[in-house]
Design a protein around this ligand. Structure first.
Ligand code: GTP
Ligand code: MG
Length: 203
């Protein structure tokens, strides 16, 4: 898949106000600061498209980006930012969960996991919630440039092994870095294949 054009369309906090067009869309979720917005910029080759920050909690809304005038990438707020009030965290979680449960156009959800760390409770709980709600997802390990290539292999393999203690099988797994762009082709090819499928939206 070649990304020729990528443009910001709309931000909002309410899934009902998301674009009404029936197009495939691919959403990125994960903890605050895991690298969702950076990954969108890496995939589109446009560093300024989605706003990023070294301080967690940058993305607070559902952001739609139209790619090649054909399909959407969606940048979601991150969950679990500890510095935010409990009420604030609940509000963000509500936006995320409402989007995930109700957005018929969402063809695939990519769950981003910082590849440097062991499985964290908050991510495992989020996966459990996805499973309970029958939401299929892919795992995308991020920030792998921060590890040596052998350490990255070991860390991500260990993570997957631990997941298999909880899950019967693994979802598709991608290993990425927004800095050295690894994983870009694999993700875009995966999206390209999914875009060939008919999109059925039953209300
Ligand atoms: P929120 O919007 O706050 O939920 O965060 P986010 O998940 O969108 O993270 P964002 O893309 O804003 O990145 C957070 C920080 O991590 C920024 O300082 C990025 O430069 C850095 N970062 C993101 N991806 C990578 C990566 O692949 N490698 C490295 N080294 N840094 C990264
Ligand atoms: Mg963000």
């Amino acid at each position: 898949m070649i990304v020729n054009t990528a443009r910001f369309v709309v931000s909002n906090s309410d899934v009902k106000k998301c674009p009404q067009e029936i197009r495939h869309e691919f959403a990125f979720i994960g903890r605050s600061n895991v690298g969702k917005s950076s990954l969108i910029n890496m995939l589109t080759g446009n560093k300024g498209l989605a706003q990023t920050s070294s301080t967690p909690g940058k993305t607070l809304l559902i952001n739609h980006f139209l790619i090649n005038d054909q399909w959407f990438l969606v940048d979601l707020p991150g969950y679990g930012y500890a510095q935010r009030s409990r009420k604030g965290r609940q509000e963000i979680l509500h936006i995320i969960q409402d989007y995930i449960l109700n957005r018929m156009q969402m063809t695939c959800l990519f769950l981003l996991i910082d590849g440097r760390h062991k499985p964290q409770k908050i991510d495992l709980e989020f996966m459990t919630w996805l499973g309970e709600n029958s939401i299929p997802f892919c795992i995308v390990f991020t920030k792998l440039d921060k590890l040596s290539s052998s350490a990255a292999k070991v860390a991500t393999a260990n993570y997957c092994t631990q997941l298999l203690d909880m899950w019967e099988e693994l979802p598709p797994v991608f290993r990425t870095s927004s800095v050295d762009k690894r994983g870009r082709e694999q993700l875009l090819d995966y999206i390209e294949e999914l875009c060939k499928l008919p999109l059925i939206c039953d209300e």
